[in-house]
Every structure is written in structure tokens, then in C-alpha cells.
Design a protein. Structure first.
Length: 384
């Protein structure tokens, strides 16, 4: 079962890591491996949400999502989107950006380094909003109660995440952005660029969240209609099983899943810029991670169960918060990509171990393992 479900993911991992080691040595291998783990971890709750929606769809639409959907997810968001970000920030065409990266690495490094303040501000705001909306929401499970309980109470204030994000952006523009790091070790005042890019990141987050909510509402409306159709079929003495999520509802579900997947892809792609600006390392690492997210989705659907590691979502969002802070700091200061990646991986690993301890404590009848958990049922967030 595991080999059948994850076989393609294992194969892509082996090829990707081998290519990274062959072309770029051990540093490329390490960064691609870290990006793969980070993408899987940050998109873990994506797989859980996907599985919960996908199991309602018929076999045809499941196959559409797992074939066409993977092309959109891997080649669209994980491969093309990073190039588009670099192209827009460096003010060159996407094809030119790839050609420069291949033919003139020094010129590419200069373009990306000079464009980094804009990329960092955009990504930092987007990731910060994801983290704030998670940490300021009341949740059934609490990994670090002394932090999460008071913040959840503060989260009852309307629009608080947006207010905090705007204050952080203003402070960043007045501090780090006034001495932004440029190519050759020089510094320049990029406060206007950082403000503009940060607001664009905030708008992008709100737009993606709005689209997700729109499609979610559409799904609920179509499900209500199909429930009415099933009831009408029963009253008419027909087989209600022939009325399933195969029409408009399935189509809206497919669109909803693609928008959700795009929003989770933003997490991984923007987080990757905190680790490296190398578009080929990013493409390999994020592509490998995307394969595992799809395989995990299939596994959860086929097993008919969701994962019990209730703090993993917390760890992923703490990692997102850390990456947001690092992105904003790197507007002025350089931080080695391996260190950045290991911070995120360490937070996720800690949350995984806390989940394992909790599960063991519950099995032995010892309560919640001292982690502040209040119930055994896990909670799922869409991330946006």
C-alpha cells in the first residue's frame, strides 16, 4: 500500500537529489533536501484538507484532481511561479530570467539580490498573515498553551491580524529597508519598494482567502441542492446513490481544491525564498515536496482516516511565522540558507515529537501528556 501510493514520490526524490548533488555538489543536495522537507511539512494540512474534500467526489473527479491537478500544482505553482516572482521583481521577462540563470549566474545573482527586498517584503507579509490568522484563532488543541491562550483571546478583536501586519510592515520599512542589502555588499534605501511590495503581499493573501471562501460557499450550496435531489429520488422510489457529487458540486470542489492548493503553494514558494534564490534548487525541492503532498492525499483518502499528529499543524505555522520574520530581516542582513531551513525543520520536528508523546500518553491513560491539549479530536485549518 505504501509503496504503491508513494512509489512515484520516492522515485522523483531519488532523481531530484541525485541531480542536485551531480550539478551543484553537497550544498545543492542539502538545500534541495531541506526545501523538500519544508514543503511537505508546510503543506501537510493541505493534504488533510484535500483528503477531506476529495473523498466526497466520484472516481472521475478524483482522477482529474490527481492528474491535471498535479500538473497545475507542480509545473504551475512550484516551477513557474518562482520564476515569475523573480522576473517581476527584477523587471525582466520570465524566459530572460531563466536564460540569465543558465548562461550568466553572476548577472542572475545581481538581479535577484537587488530585487530581494521586494521579494522579501511581499513574501514576509503573505506568510505573516497566515501565521497571525492561525495563532490569533481559538483552537481546540494547544501546543504551547502559555503563548496560544492569551493570543487567542486577543484574536477576538476584529481585523487584528491586518493591523499587526501593517504595523510590522511600517516598522520594517523604517528600519531594515533604509539600509537594504544590495549586490556587492552595498546598501540602499528601499523603504518605498518594501512598503509597496508588502501591501501587494497583503492584498494577495486577502484575495486568495476570499476566493477560497467563495468556492467553499458554492460547494455548500451545491451539496444542499444534491441532498434535496437525493431526497426527491427516495420519495420517487429511485436509487438515491446515482445522485452524487459528479456535476456542478464536483466541479466547484475541483476549483476549490485548486485555489486551496495554490494558497498552500504560496506558503512553500514564498518560504523557499527565505532559504535560497536559486530557481533550480527551488524547482527541485518544491516539486519533490508537491509529489509527497499528492501521495499523502491519496493515502488519506484510501485509508479513510486523517492523521493523529495534532500539533504538526502548529509546528508548520510556527515555521511559517519564523520564515516571515527571517524574510523581513534579510532585507538588510544576510542569513545562510541552511540555517534558515533548519529553523523551520526543527520547529516542525518538535511539534511532531510533541504529537507522538501526546498519543502515547492518551494510549496509556495518562491524559494529554502535559501539552495543554483539551480533546483528542484534531482540528484542521485551510491555512488561509
Amino acid at each position: 500500500m505504501v509503496l504503491k501510493t508513494f512509489g512515484w514520490s520516492f522515485g522523483v526524490t531519488a532523481l531530484g537529489l541525485a541531480a542536485a548533488a551531480y550539478f551543484w555538489g553537497w550544498e545543492g543536495f542539502a538545500v534541495v533536501a531541506i526545501l523538500s522537507v519544508l514543503e511537505i511539512s508546510l503543506s501537510f494540512d493541505n493534504a488533510v484538507v484535500n483528503a477531506g474534500v476529495l473523498k466526497k467526489m466520484n472516481a472521475f473527479w478524483q482522477k482529474i484532481f490527481l492528474t491535471i491537478g498535479i500538473l497545475i500544482a507542480v509545473f504551475g505553482m512550484r516551477l513557474v511561479f518562482p520564476v515569475v516572482i523573480v522576473a517581476i521583481s527584477a523587471k525582466v521577462g520570465p524566459i530572460e530570467a531563466v536564460q540569465v540563470a543558465l548562461d550568466n549566474p553572476d548577472r542572475y545573482e545581481q538581479l535577484v539580490t537587488d530585487a530581494h527586498p521586494a521579494i522579501a517584503a511581499f513574501g514576509g507579509m503573505f506568510l505573516l498573515m497566515i501565521f497571525l490568522n492561525f495563532i490569533l484563532e481559538e483552537r481546540e488543541h494547544k501546543w504551547i498553551p502559555w503563548i496560544e491562550r492569551p493570543l487567542a483571546r486577543l484574536g477576538r478583536v476584529d481585523m487584528l491580524p491586518v493591523l499587526i501586519a501593517l504595523v510590522v510592515l511600517l516598522v520594517t520599512a523604517m528600519t531594515f529597508a533604509t539600509h537594504a542589502h544590495q549586490f556587492g555588499g552595498e546598501h540602499a534605501d528601499k523603504s518605498g519598494t518594501v512598503m509597496l511590495s508588502g501591501i501587494a503581499g497583503l492584498i494577495t493573501y486577502l484575495l486568495v482567502g476570499g476566493l477560497s471562501g467563495h468556492f467553499e460557499d458554492k460547494i455548500e450550496e451545491e451539496e444542499e441542492r444534491e441532498e434535496e435531489a437525493e431526497e426527491a429520488a427516495r420519495r420517487a422510489g429511485k436509487d438515491p446513490s446515482v445522485v452524487g457529487l459528479a456535476g456542478k458540486a464536483a466541479f466547484f470542489m475541483f476549483l476549490y481544491l485548486e485555489v486551496l492548493d495554490a494558497s498552500f503553494s504560496f506558503d512553500g514558494v514564498i518560504g523557499a525564498f527565505a532559504i535560497t534564490n536559486h530557481i533550480f534548487w527551488m524547482a527541485l525541492g518544491l516539486g519533490i515536496g508537491a509529489m509527497y503532498v499528492r501521495s499523502l492525499t491519496v493515502y488519506l483518502v484510501r485509508q479513510g482516516t486523517l492523521d493523529d499528529y495534532v500539533y504538526l499543524e502548529h509546528g508548520a505555522h510556527y515555521a511559517i511565522g519564523a520564515l516571515a520574520a527571517i524574510l523581513l530581516i534579510t532585507i538588510q542582513y544576510q542569513i545562510h540558507e541552511v540555517i534558515t531551513g533548519l529553523i523551520g525543520v526543527a520547529l516542525i520536528a518538535a511539534s511532531f515529537w510533541a504529537s507522538v508523546r501526546r498519543n502515547r500518553a492518551l494510549e496509556s491513560g495518562g491524559g494529554d501528556g502535559g501539552e495543554g491539549d483539551t480533546a483528542a479530536k484534531p482540528e484542521v485549518s485551510s491555512g488561509v
